[in-house]
Design a protein around this ligand. Structure first.
Ligand SMILES: *[C@@H]1O[C@H](CO)[C@@H](O)[C@H](O)[C@H]1NC(C)=O
Ligand SMILES: *[C@@H]1O[C@H](CO)[C@@H](O)[C@H](O)[C@H]1NC(C)=O
Ligand SMILES: *[C@@H]1O[C@H](CO)[C@@H](O)[C@H](O)[C@H]1NC(C)=O
Ligand SMILES: *[C@@H]1O[C@H](CO)[C@@H](O)[C@H](O)[C@H]1NC(C)=O
Ligand SMILES: *[C@@H]1O[C@H](CO)[C@@H](O)[C@H](O)[C@H]1NC(C)=O
Length: 387
């Protein structure tokens, strides 16, 4: 996953992103309305930065600018300047916060109060907005660092207290501890420090659809999985454990899940999954795999054993299941299948409203990118059948 995906996924809900000097990135001609883009799975982030978006923005608005961009961070001609700024609704906006972030290892071409950023600040102030500007805002830089762990700006040193604190609270969870005796409490400090809210209607749960679910969140930016959240992103694919004797960390081998349930990695994911489910609100999505012979819903999965039971019926208005089949693969189960019915019963007993859709089209289009010639991937399958 690249930096931009993380950033966009992480902050997409309240952010206007600027700084792509490539004018093709600002080309809206091919994508005129939100409706027409809705079903375009390989959709660009720029959809978010639409006139509609500007009109609906309210409260504090964040503008992220690329301080390393050639020609300046604020493109004085472009979609943001020409369409979005004029469409902001002044009575709805309490403040505009500008973040100018330089690429790690990139040039510092622009900063607050200088060059094109000053032009933007002056323009917004003239329009009567309350404007603040911060260079290299830490949480954003921290996300950039995920792609450059060895850069001197990213080394966990005492200069960088946020990163240091995350590292310290992470170590606290397992260092010098028995690797089979990890508890959720061990991770509490880390979760408090690095957890962040997920906007309503944005949570995507998945089971046995890891690759597809993440290709989808990367391309559509409409939803976030646990792995797209800051904590999930940092620790995805990583393994660690402690050792009661010095140096306190076992670099050689860690217990597998089959050896002991309470190993540090399993407990981390269980704790993070529980929190991710507890935090979900509004309409939540679940992507399941309808090509699994044993059934799409499994009670032993993280989704089936933890997430389902930690969704909060007072916060979640609806659960939408997308049951995806492999293109050309077995259709082991549809929405009326046994395991889906079992899941529905569990959720309905907990007072949730459930819907289920076979092969949700925007996601299927993404599967079709890799299977363009398959008959399920014809653009208009139904019209082929009518004479
Ligand atoms: C910032 O701009 C530079 C130069 O145009 C570009 O190479 C870089 O990818 C941009 N950074 C981000 C985060 O988009
Ligand atoms: C596991 O942790 C519990 C509670 O912290 C403690 O009572 C117990 O002795 C520990 N077991 C081992 C084998 O370290
Ligand atoms: C979430 O979706 C529901 C139904 O589509 C909608 O009524 C609600 O306003 C949405 N909430 C947010 C925060 O977008
Ligand atoms: C469904 O599961 C099978 C077996 O694990 C896997 O090969 C396939 O890629 C999965 N399909 C989707 C849509 O994730
Ligand atoms: C579901 O709703 C009913 C009626 O509002 C209520 O009596 C029941 O306790 C709720 N069940 C759960 C698990 O919240």
């Amino acid at each position: 996953m690249s930096l931009s995906d993380t950033l966009f996924g992480f902050v997409v809900d309240f952010l206007i992103w600027c700084g792509q000097t490539n004018s093709a990135g600002l080309d809206y001609e091919s994508c005129p309305t939100m409706e027409e883009c809705e079903n375009n799975a390989v959709d660009s982030f720029w959809r978010m930065a639409s006139i509609t978006y500007a009109q609906h923005s309210s409260g504090v608005i964040h503008v992220l600018l690329n301080g390393s961009a050639e020609g300046g961070a604020y493109p004085v001609k472009g979609f943001f300047a020409d369409y979005e700024i004029p469409n902001l609704q002044k009575d709805k906006i309490s403040k505009i916060v500008i973040w100018v972030v330089d690429d790690i290892q990139g040039p510092d071409r622009d900063s607050c109060g200088k060059n094109t950023v000053k032009i933007l600040e002056d323009r917004l102030k003239t329009l009567g907005y309350d404007v603040t500007c911060t260079d290299n805002y830490k949480p954003v830089v921290f996300l950039l660092c995920v792609d450059y762990p060895d850069d001197s700006n990213c080394i966990l040193s005492s200069r960088d207290t946020d990163c240091l604190k995350i590292w310290e609270s992470f170590k606290y969870a397992f260092i010098y501890k028995n690797p089979c005796n990890t508890t959720a409490e061990d991770y509490q400090p880390l979760m408090e420090l690095a957890g962040h809210p997920i906007p309503c209607n944005k949570s995507l749960f998945w089971s046995k659809t890891n690759d597809l679910a993440h290709r989808y969140t990367k391309s559509s930016h409409s939803f976030l999985t646990l792995e797209d959240s800051l904590l999930g992103y940092i620790f995805d694919g990583v393994s660690w454990c402690g050792d009661p004797s010095a140096p306190g960390i076992n670099y050689e081998s860690c217990p597998k899940r089959s050896e002991c349930e309470s190993n540090p990695v399993s407990v981390f994911w269980k704790t993070a999954s529980k929190r991710f489910a507890e935090a979900a609100c509004g309409v939540v999505q679940v992507m399941l795999n309808g090509s699994i012979e044993a059934g799409a819903f499994r009670s032993s999965s993280i989704f089936g054993s933890i997430e389902v039971f930690n969704l909060n019926p007072n916060k979640v208005s609806e659960i939408q299941i997308w049951l995806m089949h492999d293109i050309g693969g077995p259709q082991s189960e549809s929405c009326s299948g046994h395991s889906i019915q079992r899941l529905k019963r569990i959720l309905e007993e907990r007072n949730f409203t459930i819907t289920c859709e076979d092969n949700y089209r925007p996601v299927q289009l993404l599967q079709c990118v890799r299977n363009p010639d398959h008959q399920d991937c014809r653009l208009c399958p139904s019209s082929m059948e009518t004479p």
